[in-house]
Structures are given as C-alpha cells and as structure tokens.
Design a protein around this ligand. Structure first.
Ligand SMILES: [Zn+2]
Length: 425
C-alpha cells in the first residue's frame, strides 16, 4: 500500500505542478519544486487546498478555473458540488478519473455484500450532482441489474419497489426515512412488501448513527451501510458487513491525513481531527491536501472483516461548518440526532438555536408518530430533555409539536436552524 501510494503521490505532485496553473502558483508561493517532495513524509511541506480557493478560482477564471490540469477535450464528465452560497463548484473528470471514482465506489458496494445477482435502485436526483451517477455506475460495474430511478417521483419509486424484485436501494438516509414514511401513509410496509435486503447511504452521516441506522433497517427489513464521499475527492469510505462501526477508506485512491483542529498536527490512533485528502488518481482537477471540513476519529482497533485499510470510527462525526458553540460548549447537529433517534416515539425533529435575554438556547422540536397519546407528551419531553442534557452537556428545551407538522426531507436534511443574529464563532 505504501508503495502504491508513494508512486501515485509523487506522479500527482509533478502533474499538478506542471499542468495546473493554480498549483504552479501555490508551489511557487511556498517556494517548492516537485523535486523537493521525495516521499509521502514530505506531504507536510505542501500547502493545503480549501473549497473557498476552488470557488474563488472558478469565479476569477470562469468557467473551470486555473486548477484544470488537462485540456477540456480530454474531459468526459462534469459534476457540481453543492455550495452554501454563490455558484456551485464545477468538477471535471477525464475518462480515467471517472473510472477511478466509480471503481472505488464499487469496491465499497462489494464490501457491503452487493453482488451481480442484485437488482439496484439509485434513488438520487438526476442532475449535475454526482450522487446518482456514481452510485449507478458503481453498481453497474459490479454487474448488477440497474433500475434507473433518477427522474422518478417518490410514489413511482415505491411502486417500483413493490412491482420488481429490487434488492438494493441507494439514497440519502433522510430520503430512506421519508420514503418509508410515505409508503406507510399508503398502508405499505416496505420491510414486508419489498425485496430490499441492503440499503446504502451517502450525502449525510445517518447510516453511521446507530439509532438512525436501526430505524432504516427496521423500515426496509434490510442491512444498512454508510458510504461517505466528496465530489472533489472520491466516494472515499464504506462500512462493511462486519457492522463494526468502522468506515474503511480507499487510501489507494485518496491519501488521508487526520489533523488536530487547532494545530494541524497529525493525530494518532484514537485521535480526532479534520480529514484532509490528497487525490491519488484524478488528473483533471488533482487536489492536494484538500481540507474536507469533516471531523473524524482515527480507528484504534482492527475490523473483524480483516481489512487493513485506514479506517475511521463511526464515519463523519461532524462538519466543521456545522459546529456550533453554545454557552461555551461545542455542539454538532449529529450528536442531537444520535440522542433523539433512540426514542421510538419520534418520527422527525428540528433543532432551533436562539438567543434569549442574551443567552444561547437550543430548542428541539419533536414530531411524534400519530399513534402516541397526547397525555404522554409531557413525560416524553422530560425524558428527552434529560437525555439531551446528559449527552450534550448543556440544558436543552424540548417541545412536542403536532404529528406531521415538521418538514420531511427528500434529499439532504436541514434539521438544524441557527436563528441567532450574531454568532460568536
Ligand atoms: Zn470491516
């Protein structure tokens, strides 16, 4: 592995320097030449790359930016990454780049037990986002029978799950829960009435959150797997059939570093930090030391499956962009989800961050299942408040709202709303 990584890494550094004006400038500013980088240990000499830099580069040098390291006629595909503000970053791939993306993804699907005898539905939207395309190509690469569902409505997708022997479903975790609830409203139990045996999830960390995973598994009567990915890097990880809570990383496609949040120093096994990737296979836009803004914990144990790939504990633990400081305590939205999903009475939730009398408050709204009697609400709210206080280390208000009144999410969920006017961060 070290040998594969080293030769790909050194070739990638030279390629970026020689062909990408964006990287040529970054190397020059750091007073580095490719020859100064002799091994993977020298990676720390190299400057970081951020998403903001990519965004600025494309804004200043439209449409693709000076990052592009091959002529556009060598490129095969365009995908866009969602940006919270402004124009999305467009990401180009050569045929070989694209092959690397979906082949590593296919390895992840194989690790979940998906085989060519499976029939697969990718329930991601058909558009410039990579989710649908990469999942579709990856499962097709395994030889699976593909049911194209990108442009279908939820109703049509549910109907297909009942009418055809579809055994595998790929979608965001929020969409899996949404789909199951929509089916339930029609009196359909997908766990009993569909043939789904495996679901995989990307776009959000839900499938690595134990209570969310369990809920999806119950809804579909299937095993549920996490597949974290980034358009700019790869579908970089996957959980395996050992269900160990570990996520394995395709470190031969993207070289991972996990860096301590304050110091940027590498953390050892058991340490938490920001995940930073250097792409080892993509030539059109070869990202070096790309800051993912995802917080992970380096595994300090082996997976019973026997894989020796670099692994992280529990997938993506939080996004640095989502991290909130509330009365001096760091809170990640994922932690709230981990706690409230353990309550079987809860169907959907929303966390609101407010400032009242100069003090930050979190209010968690709980949308219960309609069969929960109203006279149980006060007791439920009290139990949740107590669990949240213990789990987050701060006081949290809980409000039980009318069943069905909170929004449902058919793509990436926005369950955390910061209503503070000035944010002390
Ligand atoms: Zn494993």
């Amino acid at each position: 592995m070290r040998g594969i990584q080293t030769s790909k890494f050194l070739a990638q550094i030279r390629h970026a320097y020689e062909n990408s004006p964006f990287y040529r400038r970054k190397f020059d500013e750091a007073r580095l030449k490719p020859g100064d980088i002799r091994s993977l240990d020298d990676i720390t000499l190299l400057p970081f790359t951020t998403k903001d830099e990519l965004k600025d580069d494309q804004a200043e040098h439209p449409p693709w930016g000076r990052i592009l390291a091959v002529p556009t006629q060598e490129c095969l595909r365009i995908h866009s990454t969602s940006a919270t503000t402004g124009r999305p970053v467009m990401y180009l791939d050569t045929p070989e780049d694209w092959r690397g993306f979906y082949r590593s993804y296919a390895r992840g699907l194989y690790g979940m037990g998906i085989r060519k005898s499976d029939m697969v539905m990718c329930a991601f939207s058909y558009g410039p986002w990579i989710g649908f395309w990469s999942g579709f190509f990856a499962a097709q690469e395994l030889g699976c029978l593909m049911f194209p569902a990108g442009g279908l409505t939820t109703e049509q997708r549910i109907d297909a799950l009942l009418a055809y022997p579809i055994t595998v479903l790929g979608c965001t975790p929020s969409y899996a829960l949404y789909m199951a609830e929509e089916a339930r409203k029609k009196g359909i139990d997908l766990a009993k009435q569909s043939k789904i045996r495996i679901t995989w999830h990307t776009g959000e960390p839900g499938a690595s959150i134990p209570a969310t995973k369990e809920k999806i598994e119950q809804a579909f009567g299937a095993k549920c797997y996490d597949l974290p990915g980034l358009t700019e890097i790869a579908a970089w990880g996957f959980s395996c059939t050992a269900h160990s809570g570990l996520v394995h990383v395709h470190e031969d496609y993207c070289y991972p570093e996990v860096l301590e949040l304050q110091t940027d120093q590498p953390v050892g096994p058991g340490g938490r930090g920001e995940l930073v990737f250097t792409s080892l296979y993509r030539k059109a836009m070869p990202l070096i030391r790309y800051r993912t803004r995802d917080v992970v914990k380096v595994a300090d144990r082996a997976c019973p499956c026997g894989r020796t790939l670099f692994s992280v504990e529990g997938g993506v633990l939080g996004r640095l962009d989502d991290m909130k400081k509330i009365r001096g305590v760091i809170v990640y939205p994922r932690r709230i989800e981990e706690i409230v999903r353990t309550f079987p009475e809860m169907s959907e939730f929303m966390a609101l961050l407010r400032r009242e009398k100069g003090l930050d408050e979190i209010l968690v709204q709980i949308d219960p299942y309609p069969d929960i009697p109203k006279d149980r609400y006060p007791e439920l709210a009290l139990r949740m408040e107590s669990e949240l206080r213990v789990g987050l280390g701060i006081r949290v208000g809980v409000e039980i709202v009318q069943p069905g009144s909170l929004p449902r999410w058919d793509h990436k969920a926005k369950r955390f709303r910061d209503e503070r006017e000035e944010v002390p961060f």
